[in-house]
Design a protein around this ligand. Structure first.
Ligand code: THU
Length: 154
């Protein structure tokens, strides 16, 4: 079958190109995650996080971390952005950018957020940034390999 692509492969390639972001789109999404970070409510950790989530139909939902005096009730920026999108009917995502004030490390999403991202697919991009807006890109699958998902529940 050399040179002949299966329907699955064609769909996958099409899906990939729909999700691919131009450099300009990446820059914009990262700027939006930094804007969202400004609203961070993090009086306890003083660790500000912002996220900007781009949907397949090119809407952007932002979120910041919102902490609570009862600490386990705090919610991460990524999860807030995802909850905003899902509660407005958007569940297909192209990418999410995450911003923090870390200058020497790329912000790394917590395990809980990785699982929540994975709920909406393994094959979309996560931009992990530093405070100077430099970034590294990973897919959800790379961030959470051998993951558990809805297909395991039958
Ligand atoms: N936090 C996020 O919002 N996203 C992450 O990816 C990592 C951690 C928040 C949770 C808490 O409000 C603060 O950062 C410190 O853990």
């Amino acid at each position: 079958m050399d040179g002949v692509k299966s329907t699955q492969e064609v769909l996958h390639t099409k899906d990939q190109s729909l999700r691919h972001l131009s450099q300009e789109e990446v820059k914009k999404l990262i700027n939006q995650s930094n804007e969202a970070k400004k609203y961070s409510y993090s009086p306890y950790s003083k660790f500000r996080v912002g996220a900007a989530l781009l949907t397949l139909d090119n809407r952007v939902f932002t979120g910041c971390n919102v902490e609570n005096a009862s600490s386990n009730l705090g919610v991460c920026a990524e999860r807030n952005a995802i909850a905003k999108a899902v509660s407005e009917g958007c569940k297909d995502f192209r990418a999410i950018a995450i911003a923090s004030d870390l200058s020497d490390k790329f912000i790394s999403p917590c395990g809980g957020c990785r699982q929540v991202m994975r709920e909406f697919g393994c094959d979309w991009d996560v931009y992990l940034t530093k405070s100077d807006c430099s970034y590294t890109k990973m897919t959800v699958a790379e961030l959470l390999p051998v993951s558990f998902g809805s297909e395991h529940l039958s």
